[in-house]
Design a protein around this ligand. Structure first.
Ligand code: SF4
Length: 721
């Protein structure tokens, strides 16, 4: 009798930016188990509900997972897709893209990709668009996730580099969590915060959030600020820090610029005025500032509550201001630490996979940076015209300006705001390619060409987590049937396109000579030489031994746990810059016709649009169905009881769903989780168009600097159905 041995493969969780290490157990071609990797410094063996059930989502029969197994093409929109071979599929994609580029120019095509992709996938997409085709129209769902954090860091510290590491949780005397339900969105980091509080009962936890979330519920001080008022909160705190002598004049003088201009702005944010804007107790504001300023080490953790906002960059920058003014940065336990939503939004930023970025944190707007990248790729130039960001790209497609869209590993028909416009864009585009692991996402219905992608447990490459740590993602089993790695599909397409559009090859046989993900990563590594994220001292072989933090330049033996310890910043004069930003209210303040502030967020056990977690019954045990959570008094006022169906209506659409009383939600506010899509939550526009999920309601208004949309707030009315 033969027995099949259980194989153990070290890899990384595919869900959030904590980036936990996992050990995948497999037998033959089947994933049989998953456990936390005790050696991985992000989690030391722990996993949350989502991570610990990864094997169950992967081990179900591929039919139950609704895997996309073969390339498919539709003869026409609405027709059933027909199976085709990879050569036919990629030939057609190359023909259609080349034809559109030749007729309308390179900016008539766009690529919308994902923070779920691996760094190697991201790299080839970016090179395909900016290098081969000559358009900067490549953006990603990281635009919906971290672009305000990127802009906030660059505006103040000079580079898109989170200065902290997870160890800082153990060194902090005060942890200030703002705009983040860390207990649900980054559970393993939250376990670490709980451990740190147990080890040091004097550690103070301040949480600012419009909802009294599970994170807020255990805070020493909870600030229930009104949606979108974070800048006023931070300016009010800085006002108090100055007044109480908690700022660090020596640090400000030696390491920063711009404090005087900011000082005159925050003078107007008296405690009374800031508390009024934020809708919080003045005493609570005073307490928060006092704890923040008097501690030896204050660590701020923040996420989408700051980022997904029409003033997202200002919010991020105003929080960094607090750390610069108090010198709470560049030392253990102190600093502004953005928590990355997705597993590899960081890796995507590192390769420049956004419409305004270039490889290795270079800027599109900088001619020298464009020339450097053109040299690295061996092309004549990288175009100077700014690319279209997520919202702009779909608006342009809805207007008929972008005629071909390639969408990879993301579901814009559910996740972008203003769903009616997104669906018009997908319908109007002449050619839509969707590269996906799962066949059931809402966007698949609009694809002319569906390309089956590999997924967690099958993929091979790297990701970077919130603390700048690069980890290997390794395959435990072969992909099913004809699914291909994302980078392989891109390389196959790019080589075909090169023969149809040879103009930008600059005499090279191909820009895509890669046979393995390591070859792609090595090219990316070279692009980082001399940059703030220099990883020229790193290699796949080193990552085989252990994950590493960047920077790790040639000659170094370990990465940097925390940045700016010497008080020097990556700005032209080496000084950090205070951002003199103004408070601006939410894009859609509530008013008489739309009297509720709708906020959105995560559930504990689901991820994004549920294409993976939604295949597992047990993950519905915590929250079995969608509901709009409301304050109990508001429900009484509207004559509602738990379970009553209501219409939640914004200026764009209405959804029908049950109401549910929640002690977490303040009066005149409401909350709907972001995950529920087509199968669970539907409604219509005023013209009768069907729409699905909470982003049917949300506004496409975005931050003018980061272009990140305000997914966290919309004005709505709620009426009994
Ligand atoms: Fe995965 Fe995030 Fe949970 Fe870690 S905390 S197991 S990375 S979902």
């Amino acid at each position: 009798m033969t027995t099949t041995l259980v194989r153990q493969t070290k890899s990384t969780c595919s869900y959030c930016g904590v980036g936990c290490g996992v050990i995948i157990e497999s037998k033959g071609d089947q994933i049989t188990g998953v456990r936390g990797d005790p050696d991985h410094p992000a989690n030391f063996g722990r996993l949350c509900t989502k991570g610990s059930t990864l094997h169950l989502t992967a081990a179900a029969p591929v039919s139950l997972q609704a895997r996309l197994l073969q390339p498919q093409r539709r003869a026409e929109r609405g027709a059933a897709p027909q199976t085709v071979g990879w050569d036919t599929a990629l030939d057609e994609a190359a023909d259609r893209f080349a034809d559109i580029v030749q007729r309308h120019g390179p900016d008539a095509v766009g690529f919308y990709i994902s923070g779920q992709l691996l760094t190697e996938d991201y790299y080839v997409f970016n090179k395909l668009a900016k290098g081969l085709i000559g358009t900067n129209n490549v953006d990603t769902n990281s635009r919906l996730c971290m672009s305000s954090a990127v802009a906030g860091y660059k505006q103040t510290l000079g580079a898109d580099a989170p200065p902290n590491c997870y160890d800082d949780v153990e060194h902090a005397e005060v942890i200030f969590i703002v705009g983040s339900n860390t207990a649900y969105a980054h559970p393993i980091l939250f376990r670490r915060i709980e451990d740190a509080r147990r080890a040091n009962p004097k550690l103070k936890l301040i949480v600012a959030d419009p909802r009294r979330t599970e994170t807020a519920d255990v805070a020493d001080l909870y600030l229930p600020l009104l949606p979108g008022t974070d800048v006023a909160l931070f300016h009010g705190m800085l006002h108090l820090l100055m007044w109480d002598g908690h700022i660090d004049p020596a640090y400000i003088a030696a390491h920063t610029t711009g404090f005087d201009a900011l000082k005159s702005t925050v003078r107007d944010y008296t405690p009374k005025e800031a508390a009024r804007i934020c809708g919080i107790d003045e005493a609570a504001l005073v307490q928060a500032a006092q704890w923040f300023g008097s501690s030896k080490s204050t660590l701020s953790l923040y996420c989408q509550g700051l980022n997904q906002s029409s003033s997202g960059t200002a919010k991020n920058a105003a929080l960094v201001n607090l750390h610069l003014a108090t010198g709470q940065i560049g030392k253990p336990g102190a600093g502004p630490f953005s928590l990355t939503g997705q597993p590899n939004a960081m890796g995507g930023r590192e390769v420049g996979g956004l419409a305004n970025l270039l490889s290795a944190h270079r800027d599109m707007a900088n001619p020298e940076h464009r020339a450097e990248v053109a040299r690295l790729w061996g092309v004549a130039d990288v175009p100077a015209t700014p690319g279209k960001t997520a919202i702009e790209m779909f608006d342009a497609a809805a207007r008929g300006e972008i005629k071909a869209l390639w969408i990879s590993c993301t579901n814009p028909a559910q996740s972008l705001p203003d769903q009616p416009t997104v669906r018009r864009a997908l319908q109007r585009a002449e050619f839509v390619v969707v590269q996906e692991a799962f066949s059931t996402t809402a966007t698949c219905a609009y694809a002319d060409l569906l390309l089956p992608a590999t997924t967690w447990g099958e993929k091979d490459g790297t990701v970077t987590n919130s603390e700048r740590r690069i980890s290997r993602v390794r395959p435990a089993v072969p992909p099913p049937v004809q699914a291909r790695h994302d980078w392989q599909a891109v390389v196959g397409f790019a080589r075909r396109l090169e023969s149809r559009l040879p103009g930008r090859l600059n005499g090279q046989a191909t820009l895509f000579p890669y046979a393995t993900p390591e070859e792609i990563w090595n090219e990316h590594r070279e692009s980082t030489r001399g940059r703030d994220l220099d990883i020229t001292g790193m290699s796949y072989a080193m990552l085989e031994r252990a994950p590493q933090q960047w920077p790790l330049p040639q000659g170094a033996t370990a990465g940097k746990a925390r940045l700016y310890e010497d008080g020097r910043f990556p700005t032209p004069d080496g000084r950090a810059r205070f951002a003199n930003v103004a408070y601006t209210p939410v894009a859609e303040p509530r008013e008489a016709r739309y009297p509720f502030s709708l906020t959105t967020g995560r559930l504990r056990d689901h991820w994004h649009g549920m294409s993976r977690t939604g295949t597992l019954g047990r993950l519905f045990g915590h929250v079995p169905e969608p509901a709009v959570e409301m304050n109990a008094q508001d429900m009484v006022r509207l004559g509602l009881k738990d379970g009553d169906l209501v219409y939640v209506t914004s200026r764009r659409a209405a959804l029908l769903l049950p109401a549910q009383a929640s002690q977490q939600v303040a009066s005149a506010q409401a909350f709907i989780a972001m995950h529920w899509g087509e199968e669970y939550l539907s409604g219509c526009t005023s013209t009768g168009e069907r729409v699905y999920g909470v982003n049917a309601l949300t506004t496409p208004a975005f931050c003018p600097t980061s272009k990140q949309p305000e997914l966290k707030h919309a004005a709505v009315k709620i009426l009994k159905a």
